[in-house]
Write a protein that binds this ligand. Structure first.
Ligand code: WT7
Length: 657
């Protein structure tokens, strides 16, 4: 119920939690203040206590061993303890809640039946898949790439790897064969787990074909385990390929969990940066699980018996921490959705919420904006009365979308948690907590326990104290979910995150701390763009473009896009003698999709006879960004350009959007 105090604050853009939300919450305002203070004052004591939510095989004695000094960066949590992640996510729940649903699977086509997989059944599936992996020769420490649609086997595969101590690296099923191949080779994987096809929005992607194309490049001894999903024809390579259902029939479901050190890698996840090709973010076992589990329970105020749905794909970190590891470590019921929000129609999300009586719903601003554009009737025809909480993640949420989410979906009675975090952070870093904070549309607000955000002056790197300030966002000390290294390249890890601002973890985001001390993320300050919540390095799109025979040079920037948040704007200089044409534009678009995947599809391609460069040859992206934004008034100083005339040409020939 909306009280008059609530509507007064709503006018001011502040939304206090209802008395009901506060009463049921794990953490209210007093508890947050007390726990946050303790977590910062005595990090060791706080995390020693929190680590008890996980079952350890051998208890740890040392909580943390951390150094953020450039050249010596090391991050260790609970290092001498041992445990197994799959035992924590599955086995330990079987005795207490074996018949409870662990995973609800909702298929792409609403006419197909949903599945309810109990913890007991999950245990059998995971054990069997683990034995199949062993039978294919996978050993502890080896890498397995998972390239699957959103089917339960994706979760089984993750947990099966964890069970035998293999390191998984999930590649989003929307990535191209080349992108897949680069990741398989990057971590020297011994096996790829895929399916024949991946249905999504009524269309099917030929995943197995992609695997065949990818691996043919340079790795010919990588095996492939194929889950039958669509039953379509595939090119089966008898020397390398195995059907999962055939292998599964040969093994038992009994597979004892491997004893892992807390700092053994659990997974690698490739993510884009401002330079070069995607890097393999490494997360380890103990700290990651403690952090994923705690944040899942506290941020979403998850209670036993709730049905929780995160709409992400397991190909992104959100799917790792908040579809699989966090919820299952907590013995939750987690919903896995294979489809898309707008197929068969714009009501799909809300129909799934109604059908499964979803209590907590977590999605991305881009999905909210897309659905908002379809009108309210799609939401209103569904019964959303089970909803207690809404969450958002992936990019800043604009107040219009926030307000629509709050009023149309949440009917003004569900707190919204705007969770800021990154692939690198493993779990939520800043978010309002539902029972503790009055929310503000667009603000990620408060640090999670143990997280010490600082606002730095981008030039001097010094901390800006006080409220009502703006700068770049860094984190002062470690937290258990922090990434440990870049796979195979610890130097790149140090250089990327610890060299610009000495002694801090640098997030790559800008931020503002308002007069109340609440944080607002202002977006990336590096050459990373955020397209529909997917992270894309402009350098990756540029290198895809210049790999085309007709392209001499390319510069890529982000620009504001109504639905996607940011769109991809490409300035392309053609080889001498090549003529710009609509066909070529189409060809280049298709080329980038083919090189990286549909998520990298250029929104705008502008032909650029020249690019604005300094005399030393550095492309001045600041200017290109302004032109892409249609903001010609503030191009800033162009006097250092080698040839200022190119700017006039780019403005005059600005491509239509
Ligand atoms: C980047 C990280 C974390 C899972 C999904 C994305 C942006 C993320 C928010 C938010 C404003 C956000 C940041 C961050 N971002 N959440 N709530 N408000 N910006 O993970 O692909 O590693 O991207 O996403 O720019 O640095 P990712």
């Amino acid at each position: 119920m909306t009280t008059s105090a609530q509507s007064d604050s709503a006018a001011a853009g502040v939304f206090p939690p209802s008395a009901e939300t506060v009463a049921q919450a794990h953490v209210n305002a007093e508890k947050y203040a007390e726990m946050y203070e303790a977590s910062v004052r005595d990090s060791t004591g706080f995390w020693r206590e929190q680590a008890k939510r996980i079952d350890w095989i051998k208890p740890f004695t040392e909580v943390r061993d951390v150094d953020f000094t450039l050249g010596h960066v090391k991050i260790n949590w609970f290092a001498d303890g041992t445990l197994n992640v799959s035992a924590n996510c599955v086995d330990r729940h079987i005795a207490t809640r074996g018949d409870q649903t662990a995973i609800i699977w909702e298929p792409d086509d609403p006419k197909d039946p949903a599945l309810h997989i109990s913890y007991r059944e999950l245990g059998e599936h995971v054990g069997r898949m683990a034995n199949v992996l062993k039978s294919l020769g996978i050993r502890k420490g080896e890498r397995v790439v998972i390239y699957l649609p959103m089917i339960p086997e994706a979760a089984y595969a993750m947990l099966a790897c964890a069970r035998i101590g293999a390191i998984h690296s999930i590649v989003f099923a929307g990535f191209s064969p080349d992108a897949l191949g680069a990741r398989v080779n990057g971590c020297d994987a011994k096996l790829v787990i895929t399916s024949d096809g991946a249905p999504r929005g009524g269309k099917v992607t030929k995943l197995k074909d992609n695997v065949n194309q990818a691996l043919l490049h340079d790795t010919s001894d990588v095996k492939c385990l194929i889950v039958r999903r669509t039953g379509q024809q595939i090119a089966f390579r008898s020397d390398l390929d195995y059907w999962y259902h055939e292998e599964a029939a040969k093994v038992s479901s009994d597979c004892p969990p491997e004893e892992m050190s807390a700092e053994d890698p659990l997974f690698i996840l490739y993510t884009s940066g401002s330079t070069g090709q995607p890097k393999g973010v490494v997360h380890t076992t103990g700290g990651y699980l403690v952090y994923a589990a705690l944040t899942h329970e506290v941020t979403f105020d998850y209670h036993d018996g709730d049905v929780y749905w995160c709409t992400a794909d397991v190909g992104w970190v959100t799917g790792h921490s908040y579809i699989v590891y966090g919820p299952l470590a907590n013995g939750a019921t987690t919903l896995m959705f294979e489809g898309v929000p707008t197929w068969p129609d714009a009501s799909r999300f809300w129909q799934v919420c109604e059908k499964h009586k979803v209590n907590q719903f977590y999605t991305a601003p881009t999905a909210i904006r897309a659905l908002m554009g379809q009108g309210t009737e799609w939401v209103e025809k569904c019964d959303l009365s089970a909803l207690k909480l809404l969450g958002t993640v992936g990019e800043p949420i604009n107040p219009e979308a926030w307000n629509w989410y709050n009023t149309v979906v949440g009917k003004g009675r569900c707190p919204i948690v705007d969770t800021w975090w990154q692939t690198e952070t493993g779990g939520h870093m800043m978010t309002p907590l539902p029972g503790a904070h009055a929310t503000k549309p667009g603000s990620a607000q408060k640090p999670f326990f143990g997280v010490q955000p600082v606002v730095l002056d981008p030039t001097s790197g010094t901390e800006i104290e006080g409220n009502g300030v703006e700068g770049v966002l860094a984190i002062k000390d470690s937290w258990p979910g922090q990434m440990r290294t870049v796979w195979g390249d610890h130097e790149r890890f140090e250089k990327t995150y610890f060299s610009d601002y000495k002694g801090y973890y640098f997030s790559g985001d800008g931020c503002r701390r308002d007069k109340d001390g609440d944080y607002w993320i202002t977006g990336r300050v590096d050459d990373v763009i955020n397209v529909s919540g997917h992270r894309m390095g402009t350098a990756e799109v540029e290198s895809a473009l210049v790999a085309h025979a007709k392209v001499a040079e390319a510069a890529v920037v982000g620009y504001p896009h109504d639905i996607k948040g940011q769109g991809i704007y490409c300035y392309v200089t053609l080889m001498n003698g090549e003529e710009p044409s609509e066909e070529l534009r189409k060809e280049l678009r298709a080329w980038v999709r083919h090189e990286i995947g549909p998520i990298a599809s250029p929104d705008v391609i502008q032909w650029a006879p020249g690019l604005p460069k300094t005399r030393s040859g550095k492309i001045m992206r600041r200017i290109l960004r302004k032109i892409a934004e249609n903001d010609f008034g503030s191009l800033g100083d162009t006097s250092t350009l080698a040839d200022p005339a190119v700017v006039d040409d780019l403005i005059a020939n600005r491509a239509p959007k």
